[in-house]
Structures are given as C-alpha cells and as structure tokens.
Ligand binder design. Structure first.
Ligand code: GDP
Ligand code: GDP
Length: 433
C-alpha cells in the first residue's frame, strides 16, 4: 500500500513538469528495460524512504477548452474523495485566475490535506509576488520551481508528514483484484463468482477503510475479492471517467496479492493494459491475464496460441504469466481463473529451502559461470531466499558489482524453470561475501 498524491490545477501551471520530477529517478531505474511507450500519468515516487503514488490529473483532461472547466471540477472532487494528499498547483507568472478561485472553493471543503503549490518561482524576486496566493484562503503556500527543483524538498518534507500509516497485512486470506479497462467484463466475472453480490460484501475484511472485499469460500477455494468496479456506488456515472477508474485500479492493485488483469478479446492488449501490467509488476503483485469475451472470436486451432504470443510480446520481458481465455457470459473457464489465481498466490508465498536452492543452482552456476570482467572471475558461493512479500533471492559472491543483467536474467530463468514462479515477479540480488 502506498499513499496517493494527486496534483490538481488548471492547464499550463506546470503539473506534468512537476509530476516528471517526482517520478523520474524511479522511472529510470525500473522502466528502462521495457521499451513501452509511456503515456500514463501516474507513477511511483519516493521521498526520505517513503514511497507514494503520484497522479497528474491534467493527463486526464481531453478535448476542447470549454469542457476543461467541468472536467477539472470533476477531478478535484474525485481527488478529494480518493487521494491521501492534494497538491493544488498555481502559477506565479499569471497570478490568481477565475478557475483557480473556483478550484480553491471546492478544495476549501476538503477534509484531506491540501497544499497550495506556487510553481514557476524560479528566482527569489518572485517570492514576493507568490504571497498573493495566501488570499486563496487555503493556508500555507509552498513556492517551488518544477523546472529547477527549488522548493520541492521543503514541500515534500511537509507532504509526507500527512501520510497515513496504511496496514500491511491484516488478513491471512489471499486477496485478488480484478482490474482492466471499462466494459471488459469485470463486474460480470465478479457476479458470476459470487452471485448476488450485496449479501456477501464484507466491508473492511482485511482491507483499508475505503475499499470493500467480497469473501469467497466455495469449492475448496477461499479468498477475498477486492472491489474495484465500484459495486458499492451503484451509480455508474463516475466509472466512465478515466481518471476515476485509474484511481480505483491503483488502490485495488496495491491491496491485492494477485491481480487478475482482464482484457477484451475483441480489442486485444492495449497500452493502458500494459501500463496496469507494469504497475502490478513493479508493485511485486502476482499476475494472471484473463482474455474475456472469447465467445466473440472466430476461432481455429491456432487462435489461442497466436493470441498468447501477441500478448507475451507486449509484456516482455516478464512473460512467465498465465493467460486464460474466458467467456463469462457462457460460463467458460471461470473456475480455471480461480484455480490459477490460487496457484499464483502459492507461487508468490512459497519458500524454497536454502539447501534445495543450492543443490539445484550451484551446479548450474558451475556449468555456466558469470563471464569474467576485466580479467576478474566471479565466484558465486551460495544462494538463499530472503524473507519478503514476494520471492527474493540473494546470491553471495566475491564481486557482485561485476554481475551483468544478462546473467541475472539467465539466473532468473533457471529459478523459474526449476522452482515454478509462474505469474510472480522475482528479485535477484548479488551480494558481497
Ligand atoms: P500542465 O498543463 O499543468 O501539466 O503544465 P506543464 O507541465 O505542461 O507546463 C506548462 C508550461 O510551463 C511548460 O512550458 C513548462 O515548461 C512550463 N513550466 C513548468 N514548470 C515551470 C517552472 O518551474 N518554471 C518555469 N519558468 N516554467 C515552468
Ligand atoms: P466492466 O465494466 O469491466 O465491469 O464490464 P461488465 O461486466 O459491466 O461487462 C460489460 C459488457 O460486456 C456487458 O454488457 C456484459 O454482458 C458483456 N460481457 C461480459 N463478459 C462477456 C463475455 O464473456 N462475452 C460477451 N459476449 N460479453 C460479455
């Protein structure tokens, strides 16, 4: 679980510039291998050891100027409901505009912490002008320059003080979340699994305050299904808003152990799906891909293979993920989903004994040792699994800094091959010994 920071404000104040600054360093570390076009506007950030999810709401306003206002209003309201902290960004070079005033009016009613962030304060002279934003009536103002980074440290120091301590593990039952774009069939699957939902919903069953879980206990399978599709709020209005569904998805995903990423077979895998996939992967969640509405596809004997290949190409390099073809309306392979999610959960939580690991891995390493670098030989002495919420392995050796990525991938593949981690991201570390 992490806290969510939403950046709101009218266009051109510098929201996306600031967003990039908050997420950049992390992005460089984790995303450089994936080669996917990134058009998402949410990502992970970190400040003094506290991680958070940051959302640039501006990324979710599309269309012409006259719809801006309504869309921004809506986003502010959603941010008030869903975010942990709201950053209200304004622009020192323009002063307070009508739209700023309107947003301030909405935010004044928020019970969530709101920070007025005056951007483009690129030099000290502008600090005086920035003082005008006190008249918004939202308390302290924070002068920053997203371009140079000045002031951002002071702001983040204050922001992280408002983070809630979110529960890590309250329930021992596996938690699954069905996520995916609107209309792929998420609610249909939920209903197919648990029937008349209303009776079975148990609020706060091992989840945080504002989410609910459905307790499933049938046919030898027991788990909690995290509600994402807004089953509680029956009004479908908000669900069509992209920003809202992204917000719900992030929250559900963070609470889940295993993410069931549902696609529509008639549409294939799209960039939004890949974004969710990467988010799940980065958060070390188990993943099952469900290709739903399989009944609508003209099939021959090769269809599933071709579809699978296509999906795996798009999600590479983490391809060791189960893919299931379902038709929820025809009740096809719904139990297979439940079984597969259970297997992935087991893979995610299993512990391999040190002796078994070494018995298998050391001979492999002996036959294919890491290539020598600068004339130095790397000797891997032993390996052990580290305790954690997802599988992590430490390989102890003399020169950990010389082990390159291709060798790490080789080791990862061997671990997967011998111990079975389908659907689970695993981490491999080389450490000095
Ligand atoms: P958004 O629409 O709120 O996401 O705004 P953008 O991040 O796209 O920024 C709008 C414009 O303001 C761009 O031309 C940015 O380069 C510029 N900008 C953003 N931050 C700063 C800043 O701190 N100082 C200055 N001088 N310009 C900035
Ligand atoms: P959600 O927005 O992801 O929760 O999607 P819904 O469960 O509301 O489903 C959207 C539409 O797709 C509804 O009209 C469903 O009846 C339909 N649908 C769901 N699953 C299937 C399926 O397996 N096959 C077909 N043909 N339609 C489906």
């Amino acid at each position: 679980m992490s806290n969510i920071i939403a950046i709101v404000g009218r266009p051109n104040v510098g929201k996306s510039t600031f967003y990039n600054r908050l997420t950049e360093s992390r992005k460089a570390i984790v995303d450089d291998f994936s080669g996917v076009t990134r058009d998402r506007h949410y990502g992970q950030g970190e400040w003094i050891g506290k991680t958070f999810t940051v959302i640039d709401t501006g990324g979710y306003v599309h269309g012409s100027d006259d719809i801006y206002e309504a869309a921004i209003r809506e986003q502010v309201l959603i941010a008030i409901d869903e975010a942990s902290v709201i950053l209200f960004m304004v622009d020192v070079t323009t002063g307070i505009t009508d739209l700023d005033d309107e947003i301030a009016n909405l935010l004044r009613r928020s019970k969530k912490p709101v920070f007025v962030v005056v951007n483009k304060v690129d030099n000290t002279n502008l600090h005086i002008e920035a003082a005008t934003f006190y008249s918004l009536g939202l308390g302290e103002i924070y002068n920053i320059s997203s371009m140079t980074g000045s002031g951002t440290g002071e702001l983040l120091d204050e922001v992280v003080k408002h983070f809630e301590d979110l529960p890590e593990e309250e329930s021992t039952l596996p938690k699954y979340a069905i996520v995916g774009r609107p209309n792929v069939g998420k609610s249909s699957l939920t209903n197919a699994l648990v029937g008349e939902v209303r009776n079975i919903v148990t609020p706060n069953a091992g989840t945080t305050r504002d989410s609910i879980a459905i307790h499933y206990n049938q046919f030898g399978h027991e788990f909690l299904l995290i509600d994402t599709a807004g089953l509680r709020k029956k009004g479908k209005v908000r669900e069509d808003i992209e920003f809202y569904s992204v917000m719900r998805t992030i929250k559900a995903l963070e609470e889940a152990d295993v993410v069931l990423l549902m696609l529509d077979a008639t549409e294939g895998i799209e960039s939004q799906d890949i974004n969710i996939f990467h988010l799940a992967q980065k958060n070390k969640k188990g993943i099952v891909i469900i290709v739903n509405k399989w009944d609508l596809i003209e099939k021959d004997h090769k269809s599933t293979k071709e579809f699978e290949t296509q999906i795996r190409e798009k999600i590479a390099p983490f391809v060791d993920v189960p893919i299931i073809f379902t038709s929820v309306t025809e009740k096809q392979r719904i139990m297979k989903v439940v079984e597969t999610a259970g297997n992935v959960y087991e893979n995610k939580t299993k512990k391999i004994s040190t002796s078994k690991l070494n018995d298998v891995m050391l001979p492999i390493i002996q036959s294919y040792p890491p290539p020598a670098t600068k004339g130095k030989y790397i000797k891997i002495k032993y390996v052990t699994q580290i305790n954690g919420r997802s599988p992590m392995f430490a390989f102890f050796c003399n020169l950990p800094q010389y082990v390159k990525d291709p060798y790490k991938r080789f080791i990862e593949n061997k671990l997967r091959e011998h111990f079975g981690f389908e659907g689970v991201p695993i981490d491999i570390f080389f450490r000095q010994k």
